[in-house]
Ligand binder design. Structure first.
Ligand code: SAH
Length: 356
């Protein structure tokens, strides 16, 4: 039984055109059936073929011989009393778990999704990378984080940030498939302008993304105003000169005309002083961008400390003095535990799944 399920294809993985081909080809059905099935999967977020009430029983059985539907079950949900934030641990079909977050803003609901189980980039302040990469998520598993949250909250999601565990550009093909499907008007139809992909800066992949003809926002995890500090915080920076990373970002802007976001995790005593703010302003001057300052979330396995609030606001003021637009990231769900991959780690440790 297990084996049989493994062989079956995940129907949520198919784009509209691919599904149409399957429906008219191997299933020998009329094309309009594809529209019905796609709507059940990607608008109504069906968990089972039996929900598809406008298809005949025979057709539902025929499809389920070859295909399965990705289903993602929240196994733990933490709800903030303060601001409506919900943090989810989702279980995947192979029992891996990932983290996704729902946040309520004035302009709409936003979801932060994971793109991989674990991560292999090794950023020294990040909890997601501690046990390395387990596996990539499929496009369907990225979609289903949002579907599961819409099902749980009963609310529409209007913004998506790919800022959870994993490096999205290290899972490039599935990421691009996900972006096209989540913004497909026959599915959830979330505007590409409301999608943000955050990357640690894989130069060639940023350039590839720029050429995809998408309208998403690119967020670069810059975190330092110079090569040496960046390497200290992010081992992946050793593979790319900071100027080449910024060059790729500039290319992204030229191709898409989308304003760039630079993320800067502020770490006490490492990158939080005034000189560093001045250096950063000089480094990115002239780029159409804004800086998002993220006071670092201390991770128990790491020795980094949160910066003083005053230093963060001074850093922001210095950037603005030099004409760089900057914001300090508001912490959501402060009353519920676990940020940036820490919730997943705690869950795994509590369940005794962790190898270490
Ligand atoms: N791999 C991608 C996306 C995932 S991380 C990237 O590097 O951008 C999303 C953002 O959260 C990144 O800017 C990352 O550096 C930041 N982040 C990770 N751990 C953090 C922590 N402990 N405190 C503050 N920001 C953190």
């Amino acid at each position: 039984m297990e084996k049989e399920t493994e062989r079956k294809r995940d129907i949520c993985e198919l784009s509209y055109d691919e599904l149409s081909e399957v429906v008219t080809g191997e299933l020998s059905e009329k094309r309009f059936r594809a529209a019905q099935i796609y709507e059940w999967l990607h608008k109504k977020k069906a968990k089972d073929f039996s929900e598809m009430s406008n298809l005949s029983k025979e057709l539902r059985e025929k499809i389920s011989e070859d295909f399965v539907i990705t289903v993602m079950e929240p196994v733990e949900v933490l709800r903030s009393e303060r601001d409506g934030t919900r943090k989810y641990i989702m279980r995947l079909h192979d029992n891996n778990v990932i983290e996704s977050v729902f946040m309520r803003y004035k302009h709409g609901n936003s979801v932060c999704i994971s793109s991989q189980v674990g991560c292999r980039m090794g950023c020294s302040f990040c909890a997601s990378t501690i046990d390395g990469l387990v596996r990539n998520l499929s496009a369907a598993e990225m979609l289903w984080q949002i579907y599961a949250i819409e099902r749980d909250t009963g609310e529409r999601v209007s913004n998506v940030v790919v800022m959870g565990s994993g490096e999205p550009l290290d899972n490039y093909d599935e990421l691009v498939r996900f972006i096209r499907m989540i913004s497909d008007e026959r599915g959830l139809n979330i505007s590409q302008r409301n999608l943000t992909v955050s990357t640690c800066g894989l130069v060639n992949r940023i350039r590839d993304l720029a050429d995809e003809g998408l309208q998403i926002t690119l967020a670069l995890s810059l975190h330092a105003p110079d090569q040496a500090t960046r390497e200290r915080l992010m081992p992946v920076a050793r593979a790319y000169e900071i100027q080449d990373v910024l060059g790729a970002c500039e290319y992204y802007y030229e191709r898409t005309k989308r304003r760039l976001t630079f993320e800067y995790a502020v770490v006490k005593g490492v990158n939080d002083n005034r000189e560093e703010a001045v250096k950063l302003a000089r480094l990115i001057k002239g780029l159409c961008c804004h800086v998002n300052l993220i006071p670092v979330n201390p991770v128990k396995e790491r020795s980094y400390e949160s910066p003083d609030k005053r230093d963060v606001y001074e850093f922001q003021a210095t950037l603005e003095h030099y004409g760089i637009n900057a914001t300090v990231r508001r912490e959501m769900g402060r009353d519920i535990d676990g940020a940036c991959g820490q919730l997943r780690r705690r869950y795994i440790e509590d369940a005794g799944i962790c190898a270490d």
